[in-house]
Design a protein around this ligand. Structure first.
Ligand code: ZN
Length: 147
């Protein structure tokens, strides 16, 4: 199996069986995100302890890439502190936008998102959950839009 097939299988698996799907009630903070380009909508819910993400869940309707990306994100950020989440976000952003960015081993399954940059119209589908997570961490009341 080549890397492209492996990446595709990770996306398909996380779209079919999204991890951490649902809401957290009561939560410490949540935010809504919308990608009008594709119609993806999601809400990210967080429970925080000090500056650590103790629990994270998401809900919403969107395309396979937005759902898989949110599922992968929740797995990756659960238990991490906010500086570690911000550093991960930076690496995902480069992976999605720089053609020559090579996924490093610490990204784990998130490396599957590197396949998305071959489809520039879908980059916003993959980054929506990260923008929404950021808004939740900043406790911003306004819904996020990728436009
Ligand atoms: Zn989408």
């Amino acid at each position: 199996m080549d890397l492209k097939e492996l990446y595709r299988d990770v996306i398909l698996d996380h779209n079919k069986r999204p991890r951490n799907f649902g809401r957290i009630e009561p939560c410490d903070t949540h935010a809504e995100g919308h990608n009008p380009l594709c119609g993806d909508r999601l809400t990210v819910w967080l429970r925080l302890k000090d500056d650590r993400i103790e629990d994270v869940r998401f809900e919403g309707k969107g395309c396979a890439i937005s759902t898989a990306s949110a599922s992968l994100m929740t797995e990756a950020v659960k238990g991490k502190d906010i500086p570690a989440v911000q550093s991960l976000y930076g690496r995902i952003h480069s992976l999605l936008t720089q053609q020559d960015a090579v996924p490093d081993a610490s990204l784990g399954k998130l490396a599957a998102l590197s396949g998305v940059r071959e489809f520039p119209a879908r980059v916003k589908c993959a980054s929506l959950c990260w923008h929404t997570l950021n808004a939740a961490l900043e406790r911003s009341a306004a819904p996020v839009s990728t436009e």
